[in-house]
Design a protein around this ligand. Structure first.
Ligand code: PT1
Length: 266
């Protein structure tokens, strides 16, 4: 899964797709085309920055950023379009315009989100977060982070079933960096097989995140090697989908793991 951010305050691209204060649709489409060429099966389009400390965006502004790009990519590319949103109106309209998946860091907790996702008929990624992006990194706390994340996700799967979203449509995500210390993130990665026991495909997003900065003292543009290691470790522990800013490099790294696993005597 390749990331295409349409936010001017994206944590990793910092609005490189902007020109004259507006999203450059052609540039954003080129980014998506490149990611597909490099091996992305899914492109994830977000219009709300959810990195630590990010400010909330209005529903209208988020939709103005995301919907034109969904429409453009759907018309020109053969790829699953994932929409990274918690906004039920955006879920509904994106589904109409050709989105193929919903990715909600708030696990459909906003009023109307369960119903909108159910009506869309699309697959949904449910992510765990403690708190809200603006404040989530101020003293995250758990008794047992792996158990609490697993229990939360299992509860949301049950809530989805009641709302008419079948298990078969769901993916689960521990939410690396969302209300977690470095230690919490590392425990979740090490114990990913416990989350895999929930029986649904796991999606992970570790690309360029601040745990790498904290552990290794790397700035954003120096986090690729560690991001690749984390991607491979996550796949080795059961991740089915890797959300990344660096599709070509991540695809190569994961391909080496797969080649090893599939090796036969010759
Ligand atoms: C993610 C994810 C996401 N991450 C899913 N969607 C972001 N399903 C946006 C940091 O610590 O992991 N899974 N959508 C980006 N959010 C963050 C969070 C970016 C933390 C950076 C950090 O640096």
């Amino acid at each position: 899964m390749g990331v295409v951010n349409t936010t001017p305050d994206s944590f990793s691209d910092g609005g490189t797709l902007y020109r004259g204060g507006r999203l450059d649709l052609g540039q954003a489409l080129s980014r998506a085309v490149a990611m597909v060429d490099q091996g992305a099966a899914i492109v994830d389009i977000g219009g709300e920055s959810t990195r630590p400390g990010a400010r909330a965006v209005s529903a209208g502004e988020e939709m103005d950023r995301v919907l034109p790009l969904v429409e453009r990519i759907a018309a020109e590319l053969d790829v699953v379009i994932s929409v990274d949103t918690s906004n039920p109106d955006l879920m509904r309209e994106a589904a109409q315009l050709g989105a193929g998946m919903l990715n909600d860091v708030r696990a459909l907790s906003r009023p109307g989100a369960l119903a909108a996702a159910a009506a869309s008929g699309l697959p949904v990624c449910l992510m765990h977060m403690q708190g809200e992006p603006g404040t989530m990194q101020s003293e995250p706390s758990y008794q047992d982070v792996v158990r609490e994340v697993a229990d939360f996700l299992q509860q949301r799967v049950a809530d989805c079933a009641r709302a008419g979203i079948a298990r078969e449509r769901l993916l689960l995500d521990p939410g690396f960096g969302f209300g977690k210390t470095v230690g919490h993130n590392l425990q979740l990665l090490r114990d990913l097989p416990t989350l895999a026991e929930l029986g649904l495909p796991l999606l992970v997003g570790l690309s360029r995140k601040s745990l790498i900065g904290k552990l290794l003292g790397r700035e954003l543009d120096q986090r690729l090697p560690a991001s690749l290691a984390l991607a491979v470790l996550a796949v080795e522990r059961g991740a089915a989908v890797v959300r990344t800013h660096d599709v070509a490099a991540t695809a190569d790294a994961v391909a080496m793991y797969v080649a090893m696993e599939d090796a036969v005597e010759q």
